[in-house]
Design a protein around this ligand. Structure first.
Ligand code: ATP
Length: 262
């Protein structure tokens, strides 16, 4: 069987007195769409930072795209850091919240192009083919009609589409999405999830979708991991994992009712 593209083994991460991950083991296969759900503070974003090579492992190891990261090694060796930088070029990241300060005077096309500078190289101008790729991505996320609009004038859902296009502009193999549906109304949320599913398939990506609402994972993820207090409470296909019992154990009574209703 093929090696997993992401493998975490007994990973512990802490931020001073807060322990964010308490021994997480997780394998993700190439081409898989993995949901990561759980309440606030359960460690979802921290998993993304580990996969992205930015998390400092207290214990355990992580293997991402064949690059190995072990406890205590980060920050000690220039060679190790430059290897991790190579790995990060293959990982697209859509962070939680605003992608770019809305006061920065860039339009939608330019905002997406920022994602290509890792490939183009700093201090070089984008070629015509780079702009063509950006335009194709804008079509993919259905934003061509707003390509000249200042980024700061977009709605939350439109900003999220641009953030996804920007992450794809670097032509990643792995796409990390941190709560892309937070703050969106029902319609925009469905649209964003559809776009995520479409780009995942078309670009043959391995995708990690973090959400505090497990319902987001139901129709589009192959598997979902439910986190509670930095530990995996359940892992498997959404239809099995998102049972009333599991949701109640992780979110408590009221939230589990809302999650099942929505
Ligand atoms: N930079 C940091 N410094 C100190 N503590 C942190 C830091 N980042 C995260 N934590 C703590 O680590 C724990 C896990 O945080 P994390 O952001 O991974 O959770 P999350 O599930 O993504 O939460 P949310 O849904 O609120 O974004 C929390 O207790 C949080 O307060």
């Amino acid at each position: 069987m093929a090696e997993p593209i992401v493998s975490l083994k007994d990973v512990v991460v802490s931020y001073r007195e807060d322990i964010a991950l308490r021994g997480v083991s997780l394998n993700i296969n190439e081409g898989e769409m993995m949901g990561i759900a759980g309440p606030n503070g359960s460690g979802k974003t921290t998993i993304l930072t580990v996969v992205n090579g930015l998390g400092r492992l207290e214990y355990g190891e992580a293997n991402v795209l064949g690059y190995q990261m072990k406890a205590g090694r980060r920050g000690r060796s220039f060679r190790l850091n430059s290897r991790i930088a190579q790995m990060r070029k293959m990982i697209g990241y859509v962070p939680q919240g605003a992608l770019i300060d809305p006061r920065v005077p860039v339009n939608v096309r330019e905002a997406v192009m920022i994602g290509r500078y890792g490939l183009i190289g700093l201090f070089r101008y984008p070629a015509k083919t780079d702009w063509e790729k950006v335009d194709r991505l804008l079509e993919m996320v259905d934003m061509s009609h707003l390509s000249d609009r200042p980024f700061g004038h977009l709605s939350g859902g439109e900003q999220e589409r641009v953030a996804i296009a920007r992450a794809l502009a670097q032509e990643p193999r792995i796409l990390l999405l941190d709560e892309p549906t937070t703050g969106l109304d029902w319609r925009s949320r469905v649209e964003i999830l559809n776009i995520i599913e479409q780009v995942h398939k078309e670009r043959k990506l391995t995708t990690l979708l973090v959400t505090h609402d497990p319902q987001d994972t139901f129709n589009i993820c192959d598997r979902v991991v439910l986190l509670k207090n930095g530990l995996i409470a359940a892992l498997g296909p959404p239809k099995e994992v998102l049972s009333e019992g599991n949701l109640k154990a992780v979110y408590g009574d009221r939230q589990s009712e809302t999650s099942r209703r929505s």
